[in-house]
Design a protein around this ligand. Structure first.
Ligand code: GAP
Length: 462
């Protein structure tokens, strides 16, 4: 069973060094979070797993790392300046500010309405102001003079950095259609009604890929384009299931209704997860047609086209975009891994059952006690494995408590060193260690000489 309430995860994240509320010593800073020593490892591992599947294991996708702050006209061409807005309303009584669409979707509980059917404040039932459109992009200033010419935006997505580099990648990498460009990076959105921990934050990381293909022969009925869209939906769904180990019963694909589609998209499907509060988006897979390349071509005066050797024509490719949230996926990975179950003694234990590939710490080297006689061999084992896998060394407190601590941070394997390993009373040790499995709690003895080979088998993809 995954965690059924968010508070449990929020508290574990802070207690065990995954995620801290930002700037707590200054009283906190709403909807921003700092990733602690284990959070940063977990985030890196999820990002690496995505990069492995999307770039390294494919010969039709390459990577990119475009500048965060770029020409402001990029955001004019993309439509973000004109249309990347949320409808905001204020309560005339308690003065709280809300996103009207979120109230109407029932995100704050049953929708309250007055006699005329107008939506009321979810907090105190007060009357709401008329909605105002609020642009979600953060503005910043380049240089020392604050005027319009020096204004720039923090990126609200990674996609546009990919589009404006389309020609650079085609020319430098001699790419033929179809091919993709992938990028993982931080994005910023001035979200007004955020909340739900790291589900919706001001600053978050995305993992996006733009897959460029030939325009369909029949633009009105683009069957092959929609089949490609469907293939990417299937591929992304199975990544969550097979690579991250998310239970299929808590994943679904939801196609957007026409009126729901983003300003750029001809068709979009979301991969959704069943959060403790209901279904929520993990990733959007959008069929963006040729909108972005055409828009940047028009805005810049520099057409972004591809030369089709067969027809000898310059064409504008169409695009499929799988756009995932890294930090949101991290929240799901935590929720999904959380388990409470009996330990060896029948007492309740908390375990994060991460797949080994994403677990922040892969191994813990635990001498049975602080006894000096155990330390040299334990340090030898530690020195052997730590260049290969993220490993903790811990000799304080009872072995049972140390197992519990490693269970709670999701370490797949503990390596225990005891007196049988080092010898006792003049008898030589067997130079073997005990491997304790996090999930089954079973223990096996392994000679030091075959330790690395055994661990390689038991930590696939690490
Ligand atoms: N380029 C397309 C794009 O950005 P999106 O659906 O707005 O599409 C993609 O964002 C993913 O980014 C979402 O599915 C979600 O996982 C993540 N995301 C978006 N806004 C977020 C926020 N404020 N906080 C955390 N994650 C966010």
């Amino acid at each position: 069973m995954p965690a059924t309430d968010l508070e449990t995860i929020v508290s574990l994240c802070k207690r065990r060094g995954f995620i801290f509320p930002a700037a707590e010593i200054y009283g906190g800073f709403a909807n921003t979070y700092d990733y602690g020593p284990l959070g940063v490892e977990l985030k890196r591992n999820i990002r690496d797993a995505w990069w492995q599947a999307m770039v390294r294991e494919r010969d039709d996708v390459v990577g990119l790392d475009a500048a965060l702050i770029t020409h402001p006209r990029v955001w004019v061409a993309s439509g973000h300046v004109a249309t990347f807005n949320d409808p905001l309303v204020d309560c005339k009584k308690c003065h709280l500010r809300w996103r009207l669409d979120h109230i109407e979707e029932g995100q704050y509980g049953p929708v309250k309405r007055d006699a005329a059917g107008n939506v009321l404040c979810p907090n105190d039932g007060g009357e709401l102001t008329e909605p105002r459109q609020f642009n979600l992009m953060f503005k910043t200033q380049i240089g020392t003079v604050a005027d319009d010419a020096s204004m720039a935006y923090l990126p609200p997505e990674t996609a546009q950095g990919i589009f404006i580099n389309f020609e650079n990648v085609v020319n430098s990498m001699r790419r033929k259609l179809p091919f993709g460009i992938a990028q993982t990076r931080v994005s910023f959105r001035n979200e007004i009604t955020p909340g739900k921990f790291i589900f919706r934050t001001l600053e978050f990381e995305q993992m996006e890929m733009e897959y460029f293909c030939f325009p369909p022969k029949d633009r009105e009925n683009p069957a092959e384009y929609l089949a490609l869209h469907k293939a990417w939906i299937d591929a992304r769904l199975s990544w969550y299931r097979d690579t991250l180990g998310i239970d299929a019963s808590r994943l679904r694909v939801r196609y957007h209704e026409k009126e729901e589609l983003s300003h750029y998209s001809a068709a979009t499907a979301d991969v959704e997860y069943l959060f403790p509060w209901g279904w929520g988006e993990l990733e959007g897979i959008a069929a963006r047609t040729d909108l972005d390349l055409t828009a940047h071509g028009n805005e810049s005066g520099h057409p972004l086209t591809y030369f089709d050797e067969e027809t000898k024509e310059h064409i504008v490719p169409w695009v499929i975009e799988p756009a995932a949230g890294l930090t949101r996926t991290l929240a799901v990975t935590m929720l999904e891994a959380y388990t409470e179950e009996p330990d060896e003694k029948g007492e309740n234990r908390v375990v994060l059952k991460f797949r080994p590939n994403v677990a922040p710490v892969k191994l813990a080297v635990l001498p049975l006690s602080k006894n000096e006689a155990l330390r040299p061999f334990a340090r030898k084992v530690f020195d052997l494995v730590r260049p290969l896998w993220m490993t903790q060394y811990d000799e304080t407190q009872s072995i049972g408590r140390r197992y519990r601590r490693q269970d709670e941070i999701g370490t797949p394997i503990c390596i225990t060193i005891d007196f049988q390993s080092v010898g006792e009373g003049g008898q030589p040790g067997d130079e073997a260690v005990t491997l304790r499995d996090r999930d089954t709690q079973s223990q096996v003895r392994v000679p030091l000489s075959s330790l690395v080979a055994t661990l390689r088998e038991r930590l696939p993809g690490c």
